[in-house]
Design a protein around this ligand. Sequence first.
Ligand code: C2O
Ligand code: CU
Ligand code: CU
Length: 483
Amino acid sequence: MKRRTFITMSSITALWVLTGCGGGSGGDNGMSGGGDNPSDDTPVKKGTLPIPELIKGTERSGVNHYDLNIVEAEHEFFEGVKTNTYAIDSTYLGPTLLLENGEDVSLNFSNRLQEETTMHGHGMHVPGNMDGTAHQPIAVGATWSAQYSVDQNACTNWYHPHYMHKTAPHVYQGLAGMIIIEDDEIKALDLPNRYGIDDIPLVLQDRFFSADKTRLDYSPSTMELRMGYVGNVFIANGAINPTFEAEDKEIRFRVLNGSNSTVYDLGFSNDIVFKQIGGDNSLLESPVSMSRLVLSPGERAEIVVDLTDEKGSSFTLHEYRNDQTFLTINVSNDATEFTAVPSTLAALEPVDASLAVRTRPFTLEMTGGIFTINRREMDMMFINETVPLGDVEIWDVTNKMGMDHNFHIHATHFRVIERNGSAANVRNNEKGYKDVVYLQGNERVKLLVKMTDYTTDASAPYMYHCHFLEHEDNGMMGQFIVV
Ligand code: C2O
Ligand code: CU
Ligand code: CU
């Protein structure tokens, strides 16, 4: 049986033993006291929040090129211990790519690993053959380029591998990075936008480590594949409870749930109220005030926390489901520039379900012990859905299981128009354009979907899937073409 030590950030020396349930020990992740693993008191590396490098690309004949290397690396999560990782021009994760609406880009990914992988632009509205799915593998030693003209509004997207059956382990080793898309509209708003100062990327994840901490331990049991592979070390931008020295002003966090299968219930330890200004694929029409933010795997939220009157205070970004700390924030610096989040952020198209010409049902369920959608397991040679270009459709997604799932659609963004039978149940912070929607056990959502601009054939289909990576890798995914 696997023995795992739950690390709490306040006292790193060890505390809970999470009993893996794959070894016949029953179904609950029962916790009991203990901690007899000799490396349990390995001190974490202390330090400030790492900010991934912001890359703008290099212009070559009218196209902005982003030259990126996918590499094997070593990263210091724990003091003096080198952990083997995968990364993109870094030692864990990759740089943040800054893209401008309307620009022509070429994201050139060179695979310097010893195995094939892929690189998908999550949330990107691109042609099927530029999507970076399992149909566009990057051979060892090869370079694959995603070339397109950026054609979407300002938002926070991300990139990560999408290799058949191996998305989860590849992401787990460190392959993920953020994409920031800017447009003229967002630049006109008085939002914090000094990257690394008051505009902060936050890639939130959780991981298990091998006992000697030299490896990230991706070895889910059957039960963990189903219930979620929730690690015992929570990390922000690849660091364990780092500190962020903030100016006493509005601070914007671009929060990405980059975990494999953990739903995060986030809030600040001082219960400060913050504003969500953007969701997966767009700004919200107006800021939504909240003190807790639930994000399922793959979802993003841009939030603004006003620290103007907080000089000298110190608090943490906490995850309340698992009682873990992601980040400590010290309000230690004087503001050098002020911002004021406007009360109106964007004018989104009105949601009009009567425009829909058909409804497409999707059921998330277990079929013969396998994760399926509409009772079919993912098959790269099978096209599950054919969607006419330009048609407005309702995608009616039902979670037939008691456990959590979510639903992600490639190529497009959607509006959530109903949750559990009523528009009134759609949360205020999910009323922008989204590409992932969270479904708790037995929930049902209706999405207003429209495929635009790009048709694609069976050689480069798009995908929809549960973004709990263990579920995605084990069947809960389907393919569609646009005609
Ligand atoms: Cu985040 Cu199919 O991807
Ligand atoms: Cu995606
Ligand atoms: Cu799932």
